[in-house]
Design a protein around this ligand. Structure first.
Ligand code: NAD
Length: 521
């Protein structure tokens, strides 16, 4: 062995650490080792090798393991809630209602319905009689799941459940701002009996995720920003890997003049302030009929001021902190720019100095101009922009005016009118008198249109997204009509017969069908 390789052996490579901090206090709360990009091909090879045996368990066999996962998940609820409170700064109620609860609902939904969804579907054809045909749902192979930080369990659990139940093995890359949540999730799956090679976790920044894409997974489920989504789609296109993209949003809601304004104010408060507005489906723009604008803004300001203060009197938090310093900067610059250009902050509009924590004041903006970034770009913070409109048509046009399209909603006492308008919204989900409804309904597919991406998670559609169909066909007797008719030799008799069959089956008029039996072609 030469001197150079000796030196390499005696100097172990120091693993790169990813540190986790509590955004409410700035305190360090843990660390994990980042995955070395050079190790990714071997990790991918392990996932690939493990896949056939996992698929061979069959849906029933895989569901048995995932049922155990539900049990582990349920009993670890305090740890789940604890880790998202520490690492993302979520409030106790938000951790329970927006992470643990919808995640376990989602797990139960797939446990209940997956067998039926993945059941092979027979298909019949007269021409291909004497054969049996069916559609079967096959696993893709290895699914790479890349996640953001804002809902580390609820945004990840549906994709992981669907991928594993469908028979895929999984490489999971949590956000670098949600490494502890990612570790807990992986440990719970392993504890439930999911083999280590069937579910693997890789840690790191975009570099690690990009290396995993280069290692050619068979499917990618990406949730994150539009700009990263574009990179993922481009990298996947190199290898023609199918991708699901759940990207950013700039959700709009419309408040009509006949709305119950108190209810609308409460709904918009929840929709815009939950998780301090750090949700892809946050209400960011409100288009209000001019006749009720002042009254609505007053009610909204009162509702937010009463219920979304940073701390209650006993000192406990009632507004989540901003999880990342970068998003706080973006929110601050968008709001400052709008204010400098003439917008008014009815309430809020500033960073809260809070001894190391990152908080932004709950903010309502009015007097806005269409090109302001608070109306065009995603604002990942507790900021809601209100714009008066003079007609339904104008409201719909403005609501549809960004490239995004995740959720949309309408507030009115006239449900038929609400539904008619909701259906005109360019969004993956549109509701009347609520905004983030579909988030807690596991059977409703989740996803957007336009720059919010394509493909769906959750629901039956989210499970099928993790499969590819295979048409299966087998002979029931050693002959079929099609082979008698279509296989060689090609004769005039067969040509004539085929034309008659086509005319009989496809002829648009009775006359043409009768001609098939008796006439000449
Ligand atoms: P992000 O795009 O910065 O990161 C998302 C993930 O992509 C992270 O794991 C990151 O490490 C990884 N990544 C970074 N560069 C990459 C690259 N070149 N190739 C592959 N992966 C790479 O997003 P974020 O800040 O973590 O999350 C916030 C964004 O996610 C917001 O835009 C939000 O709207 C969006 N989001 C969308 C949904 C949805 O369901 N539509 C849900 C939650 C969040």
């Amino acid at each position: 062995m030469n001197a150079a390789s000796n030196t390499l052996q005696s100097t172990p490579i120091k693993p790169r650490l990813l540190e986790a901090f509590n955004p409410a206090t700035g305190a360090k709360i843990g660390e994990v080792c980042a995955t070395n990009v050079d190790d990714i091909p071997a990790i991918m090879a392990g996932a690939r090798a493990a896949q056939p045996a996992w698929e061979a368990l069959g849906v029933k066999g895989r569901l048995k393991v995932m049922r155990k996962f539900k049990e582990v998940f349920y009993f670890k609820r305090d740890r789940i809630n604890g880790v998202v409170m520490e690492e993302q700064g979520k409030l106790p109620f938000e951790a329970l209602s927006q992470e643990f609860w919808p995640s376990i609902e989602m797990i139960s939904y797939y446990l209940r319905t997956a067998e039926e969804t993945l059941r092979p579907r027979p298909v019949f054809s007269l021409l291909l009689a004497f054969r049996y045909h069916q559609i079967e749902y096959r696993a893709h192979g290895v699914v790479l799941i890349i996640s953001p930080w804002n809902f580390p369990f609820y945004l990840t659990v549906p994709a992981i459940m669907a991928a594993l139940i469908a028979g895929n093995t999984v490489l999971f890359k949590p956000s670098e701002f949600a490494v502890l949540s990612g570790e807990l999730l992986a440990n719970m799956l392993w504890e439930a009996g999911v083999p280590r090679d069937v579910f693997q976790i890789i840690h790191g920044t975009g570099e690690v995720a990009a290396a995993a894409i280069k290692a050619k997974p068979n499917k990618i489920a990406f949730t994150g920003s539009v700009s990263t989504g574009r990179k993922v789609a481009a990298a996947a296109a190199e290898h023609l890997i199918p991708v699901t993209l759940e990207l950013g949003g700039k959700d709009a809601t419309i408040v009509l003049e006949d709305a119950d304004l108190d209810r609308a104010a409460k709904g918009v408060t929840f929709g815009s302030m939950a998780n301090a507005g750090q949700a892809c489906a946050s209400v960011e723009r409100v288009y209000v009929m001019r006749s009720v604008m002042d009254s609505f803004v007053q009610k909204l300001a009162k509702e937010i001021t009463e219920h979304v203060r940073v701390r209650t009197q006993d000192g406990s938090l009632c507004l989540a902190p901003m999880t990342t310093a970068m998003q706080l900067k973006i929110v601050e610059s968008q709001v400052q720019e709008a204010l400098a250009q003439g917008a008014q902050a009815v309430i809020g509009g500033r960073v809260i100095e809070n001894g190391g924590g990152r908080f932004y004041e709950p903010t309502i903006l009015t007097d806005l101009k269409p090109a302001m970034r608070v109306l065009t770009d995603e604002t990942f913070g507790p900021v809601v922009s209100i714009v008066p409109v003079d007609s339904e048509e104008e409201a719909v046009q403005l609501a549809n005016g960004t490239g995004y399209g995740l959720l949309g909603s309408v507030w009115t006492r006239d449900r038929a009118r609400g539904l008619r308008i909701a259906r005109q919204l360019k969004a993956g989900h549109a509701g009347v008198n609520d905004h983030i409804i579909s988030a807690n309904l596991p059977a409703l597919p989740w996803g957007g249109v336009g720059e919010t991406g394509y493909g769906r998670t959750r629901g039956k559609e989210g499970l099928l997204e993790m499969t590819t169909t295979q048409g299966i066909s087998v002979d029931l007797v050693p002959i079929s009509i099609s082979e008698m008719l279509i296989w060689y030799p090609h004769t005039q008799l067969k040509q004539n017969l085929l034309m008659r069959i086509i005319a009989f089956m496809q002829g648009p008029t009775i006359k043409e069908q009768i001609k098939a039996l008796t006439g000449k072609f």
